[in-house]
Design a protein around this ligand. Sequence first.
Ligand code: ATP
Length: 456
Amino acid sequence: MTLDELVSYAKRYGFVFPGSEIYGGLANAWDLGPLGALLAENIKKAWFKKFVDESKYNVRLDSPIILNSRVWEASGHLSSFNDPKVDCKYCHNRERADKLVEKASNGEVDADGMKLEEIDEWIKSHDVKCPVCGKSEWTPCRTFSLMYKTSQGVVEDSQSTVYLRPETCQGIYIDFKNIQRAMRLKLPFGVGQCGKAFRNEITPGNFLFRVREFEQLEMEFFCKPGTEEEWFEYYKAFCENFLTSLGISKDNLKLYDHPKEKLAFYSKGTTDILFKFPWGFDELWGIASRTNYDLSKHMEFSGESLEYLDPETNEKYIPYVVEPSVGVGRMFLAFLLNNYEMETLENGDTREVLHIHPYLAPYKAVVLPLIKKAHSEKATEIYEMLSKEFIVSYDDTQAIGKRYRRADAIGTPYGITIDDDTLSNGTVTVRNRDTMTQDIVKVEDLKDYLRERTSF
Ligand code: ATP
């Protein structure tokens, strides 16, 4: 599936619409439509289930988007959450300079961490052209802050300057002590959070892949210094397993270990899980071993101790952190790309089908009265029964074959047909999206049938 095909599929079926469309749109802003909102919610539910609820070590947090601005001083975001940019002198197109170099070198040069002068030099010596107008006259490379600035309160002065968080994890660090005390937690333990993050990206694009407002799922796993390597390995495998157990093919994934010499001084390792997007393998999930850097910085700036008193050894230390961090939108793209198929059937017909894991499917089943007049009443009764526990849809328009196809295209795993047999002996026909085989199921067993087949 190409990116254009994906964008059009997502719009056609109500997964994603262009943001502010009736006003001519807003660059790179997207709305999650009725099905997209359900898919995103299911992705988040799956993540919380596996990362928090099924782990005896982990808890959740919901911290605000706007934090005390000192947080961003301490974290270094105010001084260094920048990307290098160059502007085309001719058409004023702005490009993220490191990405421009990477693209111009066909991915051979990793410009991440290159000095501004080195980028300038590379762009000049390779005569890199502006992708918009084709000229090669660039302004010198400068840094550009990705932080969204706004003000809080009624007076617009520097006192009231606040920032929209560019990542969710800082909210977890600053609550470390509260969480540990209130929940009486012993190391190791993790704190998982989902929420919006904002980055004024220089070159957003590739649909939901790089946007300025997005949702992150982040886990900060606090552990005893010396055990971080073990937990880093654990979470790398855990994240990969999360994806494959939800149906992502191993062939679509690759691990990329950041070279040691490119790591920040405090980092013990970063591995990205890359997914095969239409433009090539690119970052889906970042897993980082961050030592005690973040907690130490917040200790230094706040003056509050964020040390942990180990009850077993009576030692005091600042915990180390392992952080798996992923964007909901990037996972959303991965699940659609991995599972979409234009399938050719034995009789030569084609059908669009989204083979998505039933747990993630927006609707778990569609209720289909075979003949509207004769079967609607019973079908409505069954819909009402099922919708108390599952998200299901109801479709009584057009021929049954067409209704099956519509459900296949949006990934609904089960089609439940209500016909004369339902009225006479209380059974329904349940059609499987992937195999197209049918089961006869008693109405009273339907909930169990769906529960067993849509869990994760
Ligand atoms: P990139 O190198 O692609 O800019 P990053 O390494 O800066 O990403 P992190 O800061 O590690 O990303 O953020 C963690 C995760 O958040 C990423 O792996 C990605 O899934 C998601 N993410 C980051 N930036 C964006 C964005 N602009 N739009 C959508 N998702 C994003």
